[in-house]
Design a protein around this ligand. Structure first.
Ligand code: FAD
Length: 460
């Protein structure tokens, strides 16, 4: 362990002062429900809330193998993005004829989240402060300048910042330009997931923690979900299990679990903050393929995450993978290089979490068991807000409703599957190496150009 990280607690900074751990008992015996949701992160909780909003008489059960918010939803960066397409440029490349509609639905989704959080008094430090994307090289600066047009022609307010302007805002020798965007914002992710839990329960959802769904099969008149000690008979099942081994085996081909790592510092004093500037308190990310994301917390710590996106052979998901010294050490080094003036600010927390990546960077949706099971998985590092949209899509599919959402090609189309092992791991390693080379040289190599043609890539 490097000296810089020796005192860093191995858990998300968001869990400080939060009520963590399970609060409900696993069920035993036989139970009935109308809808069983598998997974209690944002997707599962929004699904329960939206289902009960549509029909308050429904009996909704949510099964969570660990505890509510223990996975990505309680440990992410808290960037709230309006995008349902992993950025405008990607949306234009993938779904040129429906990108405006997707942007409209993405904006509507976030404004409905803001309204919901206010209405239910969820104290999640939700701030619509936008973000600045930062260039570290001249080719990234050129790309940001070119992106101004892409954003403005789609009605997004953005501003290009040259070196002087960006340093006047965020003082770091690393940044040569920036793109200030005024859409989206920041939230305390753990407070959000806990607020959603409170509302879901107040509407009547029954949440069972430490309850892993181990099997799913058709039974007379519906479905049965098995857990270690219980059988739940129900009419419908919604899979919101993110990057974890899926109950529908086919999903393994489309969803790749990727580990992302994060550090947080001690709270900065006013004098320490003044050394950086950052008076707009917006979210910040690098422009590169291998990017850091960073932001201030409610108590003025700096959360600093990203860069490494680590895939483990065979789609491995395990709690011991949430800590990785090499990735944390690299993050610490990069932080010190980016903000040398904060040499006296210690790191207090280090953690990681698993992201459900698809080859098109956006979730996949579909049904199984004659439409009685629906899934929404594959949010690829941008699910804080889009999981609500995803939950609504999955509910539409379960109800057999044709809506503005289910008509979208971004919903009906499928991502290109990842190759199976033993090809999957080297394919990811090769693609990551090509992405790193592009960051260095500014040139998109042959492999990436070929993948672009098929709408395939690797992202976190
Ligand atoms: C480190 C990190 C940083 C991120 N930063 C951002 C960000 O700044 N902005 C952004 O938009 N997105 C970010 N993301 C992504 C975002 O957190 C996710 O897209 C989002 O939380 C996904 O929500 P979910 O409910 O689908 O998944 P999860 O929160 O992972 O919830 C799925 C739940 O299902 C449970 N489960 C799985 N299988 C079973 C089973 N068989 N039985 C019972 N329960 C089961 C799991 O235990 C888990 O709790 C980040 C992710 C990580 C890991």
């Amino acid at each position: 362990m490097s000296a810089d990280l020796r005192d860093a607690e191995p858990r998300p900074v968001w869990w400080e002062g939060a009520d963590t751990g399970p609060r409900s008992e696993p069920p035993a015996g036989r139970h009935n429900a109308d809808l069983v949701v598998i997974g209690a992160g944002y997707t599962g909780l929004w699904a329960a809330i939206e289902a009960l909003t549509d029909d308050p008489s429904l009996d909704v059960v949510v099964l969570e193998q660990d505890w509510v918010g223990s996975a990505a939803s309680g440990r992410n960066g808290g960037f709230v993005s309006e995008s349902l397409t992993h950025g405008i440029a990607h949306g234009e490349a993938m779904w040129p004829d429906e990108v405006d509609e997707l942007m409209h639905l993405g904006r509507q989704n976030v404004s409905q989240i803001v309204e919901f959080v206010e209405r239910h008094g969820i104290d999640a430090d939700l701030r619509m402060v936008g973000k600045t994307t930062l260039a570290r090289t001249t080719h990234q600066a050129d790309a940001l300048r070119a992106a101004v047009h892409t954003h403005t022609r789609r009605g997004e307010k953005v501003e290009f910042l040259d070196r002087a302007a960006v340093r006047a805002d965020i003082d770091s020798p690393a940044f040569v330009a920036g793109l200030r965007s005024y859409s989206g914002g920041l939230v305390d992710p753990m407070a959000l997931v806990q607020g959603l839990r409170r509302v879901a329960e107040s509407m009547g959802a029954r949440i069972f923690e430490q309850t892993r769904a181990t099997g799913l099969h058709a039974s007379p008149g519906g479905l049965t979900v098995a857990t270690d000690r219980a059988q739940l008979r129900c009419a419908r099942v919604l899979l919101a299990s993110n990057a974890f081994p899926p109950l529908l085996r086919r999903l393994k081909a489309w969803v790749l679990p990727v580990y992302d790592y994060v550090l947080a510092t001690a709270p900065l004093s006013g004098e320490q903050l003044a050394r950086v500037g950052w008076s707009q308190n917006q979210g910040l990310t690098d422009a590169g393929n291998e990017f850091h994301y960073f932001r201030r917390t409610r108590d003025d710590r700096i959360l600093w995450g990203g860069y490494d996106a680590v895939y483990h052979f065979g789609n491995r998901v395990a709690s011991e993978l949430e800590l990785r010294h090499a990735s944390h050490r690299l993050l610490a080094q990069h932080f010190r290089q980016t903000f040398p003036q904060l040499h006296d600010v210690p790191f207090t927390h280090r953690w990681g979490g698993v992201i459900d990546t698809t080859s098109r960077f956006t979730p996949i949706f579909g049904t199984a068991h004659q439409g009685r099971v629906a899934y929404a998985v594959g949010f690829t590092g941008l699910g804080v807000a889009s999981t609500r949209f995803g939950a609504r899509v999955a509910l539409d599919l379960l109800a057999g409703r044709r809506t503005e959402r289910t008509r979208l090609k971004a919903v009906t189309g499928m991502a290109v599957p990842f190759p199976p092992e033993p090809l999957r791991w080297p394919a990811v390693a090769l693609t990551r190496a090509a992405l790193a080379r592009e960051d260095e040289t500014g040139r998109r190599g042959t492999l990436l150009r070929v993948l672009d043609r098929f709408g395939v890539g690797f992202n976190s």
